[in-house]
Write a protein that binds this ligand. Structure first.
Ligand code: 4AD
Ligand code: MG
Length: 429
């Protein structure tokens, strides 16, 4: 008899099959019992009829509990009215009868659920979020491949800071110190001289003490870096990229978005070009709405929420004050106090999902910035070298995967978008 997955039931109507999974719910009335079965691929209902089973099997079936693992031999039937398939159970075997499962139907607090993350992953919404994340990962690779980017695996153990020294996780490295990478960007900058267009995709680490719904200490970033581009080219590719991955999820994850009860309005309406406003315009708009923010302040989480609530499509905030941004960003030739950069905010209040910029490509200016930021020149000699041997205009961007998943799934807190979240409060399970 054929072992199949629930997602393929439609191809086996009228046939006997084997399904292996877990009992996600059960009820019975008299001589009939209903088990909701979950096998990783999907969910379905299994119907046990006392008449179809031996008295011993029927008695055993009464021992079922939530999350009991089971092998079922059943006839596949189509629901008379709906596009749903059921299992008419002929025989079954328990792998293990689960002890009382801690996650029930009642409301649980978030701390309890996170303490039980190893089990919570099985719940329908959490299951759907990971399925969307998976499609996003595949879509990211597909877009990069279709657009001529080569994948470069940047190191995780690094001798220096990429984004800011206050956010570094320091570790012992034999007789020395090393740091966990905050972004592969600097290494990608080296690789464009060999490959022109490159990307990386992997875990990065931030030791910042942020307790917001947008911050993790370990998260997944995709950096892209391109030779011979300016800021405008950079934003254009980001628009194509974000639109591509959103449309891919709408195509592949319809059922998951339904489980998540996601309002699809804004996702379906995604259109290029995205909105573009300068940091100065963003400040004005916030001040008008009553904020005390000053013209050279960075945008905080609350500001991003307020701004992005005003838009029905993603919005780029460009030309931030250089002093609130990283040392490697090139300055605007028309106003040296501004960086040639853009953050992309997802609409509906989600806020920043991508950060990108033009990179400083002049040796002397870059050296000056390294000194201004009190970084150690010795650690950046290799990076400065790139400005000595055929320097070129270039730029790129970094996407935070969890922020993207959060927006697309309509989940406000990033802790639900990664299988095992790490925050300043949590490194377990
Ligand atoms: O804006 P960030 O810090 O930019 C960089 O690291 C650049 N080196 C990227 C580049 O130009 N190649 O981080 C990029 C993105 C942010 O837009 C955000 O989506 C995400 O990474 N991110 C975080 N996600 C979760 N938790 C955190 N603590 C995050 N910090 C940044
Ligand atoms: Mg940023």
């Amino acid at each position: 008899m054929k072992k199949i997955f629930i997602q393929d039931l439609k191809d086996f109507v009228g046939q006997e099959v084997v399904i292996q999974g877990w009992v996600a719910n059960f009820r019975s009335s008299g001589q009939i019992a209903f088990w909701q079965i979950r096998d990783g691929s999907s969910f379905c209902q299994a119907i046990l009829n006392a008449q179809d089973l031996s008295p011993e099997k029927w008695a055993e079936s009464q021992k079922v509990s939530l999350e009991t693992s089971v092998k079922i031999i059943a006839l596949v039937a189509k629901h008379p009215k709906k596009e749903e398939y059921e299992l008419q159970v002929k025989d079954f075997e328990f792998y293990q009868i689960a002890v009382e499962y801690p996650i029930g139907k009642k409301e649980h607090g978030i701390d309890f659920l996170l303490d039980n993350r190893h089990l919570w992953l099985r719940s329908p919404k959490q299951w759907a979020i990971q399925r969307v994340r998976n499609i996003l990962i595949l879509a990211i690779y597909e877009f990069m491949e279709k657009n001529g980017f080569l994948k470069i695996d940047a190191p995780i153990l690094t001798p220096n800071a990429c984004e800011g020294t206050t956010e570094l996780f320091e570790i012992d490295y034999f007789e020395d110190k090393a740091y966990l990478s905050q972004s592969g960007q600097l290494y990608l900058e080296a690789a464009i001289f060999a490959h022109n267009k490159v990307f990386d995709f992997g875990p990065v680490f931030r030791a910042e003490k942020s307790k917001t719904r947008r911050h993790l200490t370990e998260f997944w970033m995709m950096d892209a870096e391109m030779a011979f581009i300016d800021l405008e080219d950079n934003l254009k590719i980001q628009e194509d990229f974000i639109r591509f991955v959103v449309l891919k999820v709408l195509d592949k994850n319809t059922a998951d978005l339904e489980i998540l009860e996601r309002d699809l309005k804004f996702l379906q309406n995604i259109k290029n070009p995205f909105y573009k406003i300068t940091h100065a315009e963003a400040i004005k708009s916030l001040q008008k709405a009553g904020s005390k923010i000053k013209s050279d302040d960075d945008l905080g989480g609350e500001d991003e929420t307020k701004l992005s609530q005003q838009y029905d499509n993603p919005v780029f905030i460009t030309h931030y004050p250089a002093k609130v941004k990283a040392f490697y960003m090139k300055r605007d030739t028309e106003d040296d106090s501004k960086a040639l950069c853009a953050d992309l905010l997802a609409p509906e209040g989600y806020g920043e999902i991508v950060g990108g910029s033009q990179r400083e490509d002049d040796y002397d200016i870059l050296l000056k910035r390294i000194k201004e930021h009190q970084l150690n020149k010795k650690d950046f000699d290799w990076y400065l070298d790139l400005r000595k041997y055929g320097s070129i205009p270039h730029g790129g961007f970094g996407l935070g995967l969890e922020r993207l998943v959060g927006w697309i799934c309509g989940v406000p807190h990033v802790r639900e978008t990664i299988p095992f979240p790490r925050t300043i409060y949590r490194i377990r399970p």
